[in-house]
Design a protein around this ligand. Structure first.
Ligand SMILES: Cc1cc2nc3c(=O)[nH]c(=O)nc-3n(C[C@H](O)[C@H](O)[C@H](O)COP(=O)(O)OP(=O)(O)OC[C@H]3O[C@@H](n4cnc5c(N)ncnc54)[C@H](O)[C@@H]3O)c2cc1C
Length: 454
């Protein structure tokens, strides 16, 4: 009995960890040379490992906290008070307490009151289901008023969805506001963000070690080309033109990639999967020799600026943990087919730096140690109005083939907390599916990390 897990991101590793903890023999197959996927690290020219994309852990991320505890990583978690702001009218406006909120210039008293009420109300909504059929614009306009919508919500939504958000349900903003509340920690209710020393990579390494200790295997540089389906059941994988047999296969990739791996599935199922799409991202990382703003997040409410926000992770990560550098990420989410994805890294660099300079006239380009453009096509699943039925289920129509993917996480946002929680649910479903869960640990030999086909 052997179970293949395709993908070594947070989903694949947590799933592998949960299954191997219960004695199931698993093998993770990861295409790239590093574990972690979107949450993985990159190594700068000077040898410092940093997050490829910005990643924060919140004090309310209880599943992650439990995972860190099990893995003996609690002492590696660090939380720090942070500040959040808005870029409006060529200035940064700090938005961390009620006084700052009440001074926010684009809004009059009534508007500020309505905006505050929207945030509070959203956090008290107990059941998201009715919001699934209400458009985000309609919901926010009803609660905040037209002026607040035009000045605050609309530019932020346009930035996030790279233009049109007509078909987006109110659940999107509801989930964000609920998560935003949870950045406020402790009795002081101060906003804080956290990280593991070494980033999410520390968590990945610890899970990978536990998997190996339990006899599981992890194969890197192992791009899966096809899930082999025979007689209506998954029986193995094709990797570099070679066949590998498995008793069950769990794919943890985004739906469009999964779809390409199962050409032998029924046309109906392939059509169904084809209806799920994702936002992409272009996310330059600026490695600086000094802080830029000191704010963790600056939201941008100016349509002319192409990036969505300015995220300075060294506002909560002590630079000593990242080679003494200051890290600033300038993300731009991209809609399917967005022309931004076809711009070269040099073009992105020039456009981004021009806008950054316009935002912060005192910014000195000589403080840039590295400017690295990262991009991905499938990042955040897009959920449309009344479309929960389009979220593919973990059980697929093909026997012994499972799909555990971010498109199934809804209405929660996709992040380390929700992904690792979902992976645990998938493990429970697989274990409940009759796979033996109590194979004695001693009987599983430690395996070499070599993939015959790779
Ligand atoms: C800009 C950005 C900011 C974020 N900020 C945060 C944050 O602050 N906090 C937070 O908790 N989360 C954050 N997230 C979200 C988090 O990174 C993701 O939700 C999570 O990493 C998704 O994990 P996954 O395993 O589902 O997918 P992925 O990370 O995409 O993993 C899939 C893996 O499969 C591999 N793969 C692909 N094709 C194949 C193949 N054919 N064969 C074998 N392997 C294959 C890939 O190489 C990859 O390693 C952020 C994400 C982004 C992009």
């Amino acid at each position: 009995m052997s179970i293949a897990i395709v993908g070594g991101g947070i989903m694949g590793l947590t799933l592998g960890y949960e299954l191997s903890k219960r004695g199931l023999p698993i093998e993770i197959l990861e295409a790239s040379p590093v574990l972690g996927g979107l949450a993985g690290p990159m190594v700068l020219e000077d040898g410092t490992a940093v997050d490829r994309f910005y990643h924060a852990i919140l004090s309310s991320d209880s599943h992650l906290a439990q995972l860190c505890d099990e893995l003996g990583l609690t002492s590696e978690l660090r939380f720090h008070e942070t500040r959040m702001g808005f870029f409006y009218g060529n200035e940064i406006h700090s938005m961390n307490n009620i006084v700052e909120f009440l001074r926010f210039p684009p809004l009059g008293w009534v508007d500020r009151f309505r905006l505050g009420l929207t945030v509070l109300y959203a956090q008290l909504v107990p059941d998201w289901r009715p919001l699934e059929s209400v458009g985000v614009e309609k919901w926010l306009t009803r609660l905040s008023g037209r002026r607040v919508f035009q000045n605050i919500w609309r530019p932020m939504l346009r930035a996030k969805f790279d233009g049109s958000f007509d078909d987006t349900p109110a659940t999107y903003i509801w989930a964000r506001l609920v998560r935003m509340k949870s950045t406020r920690g402790g009795a002081s209710q101060k906003e804080e963000a956290g990280h593991l020393i070494g980033g999410y990579a520390t968590l990945m390494k610890a899970m990978a070690q536990r998997i190996r200790d339990a006899g599981g295997k992890i194969q890197m540089r192992c791009p899966v080309q096809e899930v082999l389906i025979e007689g209506g059941r998954a029986c193995g994988l094709r990797i570099r033109q070679e066949r590998r047999s498995f008793d069950a296969v769990v794919v943890t990739l985004q739906a469009p990639i999964f779809r390409r791996l199962i050409p032998a599935a029924s046309p109906d199922y392939l059509d169904y999967l084809g209806q799920t799409d994702y936002l992409g991202i272009i996310c330059p990382l600026l490695v600086l020799d000094k802080p830029l703003t000191g704010f963790w997040t600056i939201n941008i409410t100016d349509d002319r600026i192409p990036f969505t926000g300015v995220i300075e992770t060294t506002a909560y990560i002590d630079p000593q943990y990242v080679g003494g550098h200051h890290l600033v990420y300038l993300p731009k989410y991209t809609a399917p087919g967005s022309p931004w994805q076809s711009k070269s890294d040099d073009e992105i660099r020039e456009i981004w730096l021009q806008h950054l300079q316009a935002m912060f006239p005192s910014f000195d380009r000589r403080s840039i140690r590295y400017f690295l453009v990262h991009r991905e096509r499938y990042v955040e699943p897009l959920h449309r109005l009344n479309s929960t039925h389009l979220s593919p289920s973990i059980n697929t129509p093909i026997k012994d083939l499972y799909l555990s993917t971010t498109a199934q996480i809804y209405p929660a946002l996709t992040n380390g907390e929700s992904v690792s929680r979902h992976a645990r649910q998938t493990a429970q479903l697989i274990l409940g599916g009759g796979y033996p869960s109590a194979i004695p640990q001693e009987s599983i030999a430690l395996q070499e990390e070599t993939c015959a086909a790779c």
